[in-house]
Design a protein around this ligand. Structure first.
Ligand code: NAP
Length: 287
């Protein structure tokens, strides 16, 4: 059995490989990467490194040679139309290389999502379905790492966590837990033609996040609820570029609208309880 992981030099793909190495030999793992020179550490672990660029169908097909399973990690490009083209290359290459099972990192509850990137994931799911190759859609939540990181130290300093999420709930999961779920699917059985919504079974609000940040830091931090436009002004004033401002305020608005409040037991069924909010905050604040 050989499992190819694409995007293996990225945070998530690399994490999945580290998990796989705990249960299967390195000789069964292949890293498909755009920049081979960035994968020296993987090669040192005994993982075979192959060149594969989503822009280049032939390189992807070669990187999938003799693979029984592929974990196709979605690309990070912000141009959604380009991303769909890249993803189609990868799917076509997996089909033509004779891959027996494609696991794909999709987006949780993508069919009903209003976030633009959900269209990329749905388009890719349909492309994979159209091949007839058995699939597993790992429909990842938003990464909690995006919201709970070292920047929380800034909120601790000012006593305010400013967002336009209102009372919206967020079903985010850490990248690490999502990688664990992928490893469980790749090494387990009975996951063919299944779609898993890998979300937190206990979504939290930013009021709750502020309370946990207060508890962990020992300093009072309040959630300051602002409007979409006020959020954009705030982010612009701290010096973020316009596209990033739009992206962050837009995601917060989606949270406010309730889109990320949906729950599922799919993640718990694969890995047990995901890492709790307090632990994530402690890790972010190194407390
Ligand atoms: P990441 O650290 O940015 O890794 C992205 C990976 O994609 C890198 O290995 C990168 O290679 C590779 N890549 C980029 N363009 C490529 C191309 N043309 N051909 C082949 N490989 C290419 O992202 P991550 O944290 O691992 O997350 C994995 C994916 O999840 C992202 O790509 C994105 O689609 C999605 N995502 C989800 C969330 C969420 O909240 N759920 C948040 C962010 C991203 P290099 O190392 O050579 O650049």
């Amino acid at each position: 059995m050989s499992i190819v992981i694409t995007g293996a030099t990225g945070h998530y793909g690399n994490r999945v490989i580290q998990e796989l190495l705990k249960t299967i030999p390195a000789s069964e793992i292949i890293a498909s990467v755009r920049n081979v020179e960035k994968a020296d550490a993987l090669a040192e672990l005994g993982v075979e490194v192959r060149h594969g660029d989503y822009m280049d169908y032939e390189s992807m097909k070669t990187s999938f040679k003799d693979a029984s399973k592929v974990l196709f990690v979605s690309g990070p490009d912000s141009d959604n139309t380009l991303r769909i083209r890249q993803h189609a290359n990868v799917v076509q290459a997996a089909r033509d290389a004779g891959v027996k099972h494609i696991a794909y990192t999709s987006y949780a509850f993508g069919e009903t999502s209003q976030i633009d990137l959900a269209h990329v994931h749905m388009a890719t799911e349909y492309a994979i379905r159209s091949t007839g190759v058995p699939y597993t859609f790992l429909r990842n939540s938003l990464y909690s790492d995006v919201f709970i990181d070292e920047s929380l130290a800034g909120s601790v300093a000012t006593g305010e966590l400013v967002t336009n999420t209102g009372d919206g709930k967020l079903n985010a999961v850490s990248r690490e837990d999502l990688a664990l779920a992928a490893a469980a699917v790749l090494t387990g059985e009975g996951h063919e033609n299944k779609s898993y919504n890998l979300v937190n079974p206990s979504p939290w609000t930013f009021d709750e996040l502020s309370e946990v940040v207060s508890e962990v830091s020992g300093k009072q931090v309040s959630h300051k609820k602002v409007s979409f436009d006020q959020m954009k002004d705030y982010l612009g004033n701290v010096g973020l570029p316009a596209p990033v401002v739009e992206l962050i305020a837009g995601i917060y608005q989606t949270i406010a609208a309730g889109e990320t409040s949906k729950t599922s037991n799919d993640l718990t069924n694969l890995i047990g309880q995901p890492t709790q909010l307090k632990k994530l905050v402690q890790q972010a604040l190194k407390a």
